[in-house]
Ligand binder design. Structure first.
Ligand SMILES: O=P(O)(O)OC[C@H]1O[C@H](O[C@H]2O[C@H](CO)[C@@H](O)[C@H](O)[C@H]2O)[C@H](O)[C@@H](O)[C@@H]1O
Length: 399
C-alpha cells in the first residue's frame, strides 16, 4: 500500500476532520499533504486447539566545522537512566531458602501491587466487556513489544503466523489500526494485512482502506493508492522529510564506529538503537545524538525501549493519530465509542492520555514489570495480547 508523497489539498470539510491540535499548528508545520477474575470461561478461555524547506540550507551540518562537543549532561544522563530502566527484565522471581533447604519461589511483590492497580485485561475481561455493550469498539495496536516480541535486531522483529491470524480475525469484527514508531511501509511488511489501518512514524503517516471490511465507512481525506483503491491517507509532517533524511545520514555517519549502534530510518522520524551497544558506550552514543540534534531546533528526541527517537516538533503523536482515526470513521461521539489501545512503550502513553482525557475506552499496557503508566489495564506479553484478541473475537461473535 503506497501512496505518492505529492501534496494533497484539503477541503474545508476535510479539515473539519482534523483533531483540534492539528488545526492550530504553527503555519511552518502545516504545509502538509495530505473486575471479575473467575468468570472468564465464555469468551476468555482459549479453545483446546488454540495456540494460542523543509530544512533550511543553513542547517547543513555535514559541511559545518565541528564545534567543541556540547555536553548536556542533564539530558544525556536522563536518557541513559531511561535506557537502563527500559526493557525491564521479566518479572523478578524472588527465591528464598526454606528451613528444609528447598528453595521457595516468591511472587514479585512490587509487580503484584502494580497489577492490583492495573488489572490484567484477561482476568477482568468479562467486566470490561460489560461496559462495551451497545458501543462501537475500535482497536488500536502498537507493533513492537505488543504484536511481536522485543528482539535484538529491529529488522528481525517478525510477527508470528498465529498473531497475524489473530489480528486478521479481530479486524474482521472490529475496526483495527496499528500505530507504530516504525515507518508505515516497514510495519506493513511485517504485518501484511490489507484490511487494517496503519499509522507509521508515531502516527505521522496514516493510511487505510476507505471502506473497512466491517462495514464502517471512512470519511474524508481520501486518496487512491498505487493499485487505484480508495484509501484514507494523511501525513501531517511532509515538510520534515528532507530534514529527517539528512539527520538520518548524519547520525549514521557519526555513529558508524560505535559497535552495535543502529540508526533506523522511519520516514518521518529516526530511531537510534542502543540495545546492541555495550553499556559503557551508551554515553558516547547518546552524546552523538545530542550533538546532532542540537543543530535542529525543529526536531526533538523521545525515548523508547533502548532507543532514542528523533521526531519533528509538531503537535502530533500516537494520541493525535487515535483522535484522527476516530474522526475519520465518523466515530467522534464519545458516548457511543469504546476505543481499546494496547501498547508497551513510552510513546503509547500519549494514546492512553487521550482515552483518559475523554474518559473513554481502555488503555492496556503490555509489561511484565511494574511501570508508571496511564493505562488502566495490563497484559504481560505479546502472547497475552494474542489471547486477548481471541477473547475479543469470541465476545464479538455473540452479537
Ligand atoms: O511504536 P512501536 O511499534 O512499538 O515501535 C517503537 C520502536 O520499535 C522498534 O524498536 C524496538 O523493538 C526492536 C525489535 O524488537 C528492539 O530491538 C528495540 O530495542 C526496541 O526499541 C523499532 O525498531 C523502532 O524504530 C520503533 O521506533
Amino acid at each position: 500500500m503506497n501512496v505518492g508523497e505529492s501534496a494533497m489539498a484539503f477541503t474545508s470539510k476535510q479539515r473539519n476532520l482534523f483533531p483540534e491540535g492539528l488545526s492550530s499548528f504553527p503555519s511552518e508545520y502545516t504545509k502538509s499533504s495530505l473486575g471479575a477474575t473467575s468468570s472468564t470461561q465464555s469468551y476468555c478461555t482459549a479453545p483446546a486447539s488454540s495456540t494460542g524547506s523543509i530544512i533550511s540550507a543553513s542547517i547543513a551540518i555535514a559541511t559545518r566545522k565541528r564545534k567543541p562537543r556540547y555536553r548536556d549532561h542533564g539530558r544525556v544522563s536522563t536518557w541513559i537512566e531511561g535506557m537502563r530502566a527500559a526493557s525491564p527484565p521479566r518479572v523478578a522471581i524472588l527465591k528464598t531458602a526454606t528451613c528444609s533447604g528447598a528453595r521457595k519461589v516468591l511472587p514479585d511483590t512490587q509487580y503484584n501491587e502494580w497489577v492490583a492497580k492495573h488489572p490484567s485485561a484477561l482476568a477482568t475481561f468479562e467486566s470490561m466487556m460489560e461496559a462495551a455493550k451497545g458501543k462501537q469498539m475500535v482497536l488500536f495496536l502498537d507493533y513492537d513489544g505488543t504484536l511481536s516480541p522485543i528482539v535484538e535486531d529491529p529488522d528481525q522483529a517478525y510477527m508470528s503466523e498465529a498473531m497475524r491470524a489473530a489480528v486478521k480475525e479481530v479486524a474482521m469484527n472490529i475496526p483495527t489500526a496499528i500505530i507504530s514508531g516504525r515507518g508505515r511501509d516497514k510495519v506493513y511488511e511485517f504485518v501484511q494485512l490489507a484490511e487494517i489501518f496503519y499509522a507509521g512514524s508515531h502516527g505521522m503517516d496514516i493510511m487505510g482502506p476507505a471502506e473497512a471490511c466491517n462495514g464502517l465507512k471512512a470519511d474524508g481525506l481520501k486518496s487512491k493508492d498505487e493499485k487505484g483503491n480508495e484509501v484514507v491517507f494523511f501525513q501531517p509532517a511532509t515538510e520534515f522529510l528532507v530534514m529527517i533524511d539528512e539527520v538520518y545520514k548524519t547520525l549514521e555517519h557519526k555513529t558508524k564506529n560505535i559497535v552495535g549502534a543502529k540508526v533506523e530510518h522511519n520516514k518521518f522520524c529516526v530511531s537510534v538503537h542502543f540495545r546492541r551497544v555495550e553499556e559503557k558506550n551508551w554515553q558516547l552514543l547518546a552524546e552523538e545524538v545530542e550533538f546532532v540534534i542540537k543543530q535542529y531546533p525543529k526536531l526533538h528526541v523521545t525515548q523508547g525501549r533502548k532507543v532514542l527517537e528523533v521526531r519533528p516538533t509538531i503537535h502530533w503523536d500516537k494520541g493525535k493519530a487515535v483522535e484522527f482515526l476516530l474522526k475519520a470513521f465518523g466515530l467522534a461521539n464519545p458516548h457511543n465509542l469504546l476505543p481499546v489501545y494496547i501498547g508497551d512503550d513510552q510513546t503509547d502513553e500519549d494514546a492512553f492520555s487521550v482515552l483518559n482525557k475523554e474518559h473513554i475506552g481502555y488503555g492496556i499496557l503490555v509489561s511484565s514489570a511494574a511501570k508508571a503508566t496511564g493505562a488502566a489495564y495490563s497484559l504481560k506479553s505479546p502472547s497475552e495480547v494474542m489471547e486477548f484478541l481471541h477473547c475479543l473475537v469470541r465476545w464479538r461473535s455473540k452479537f
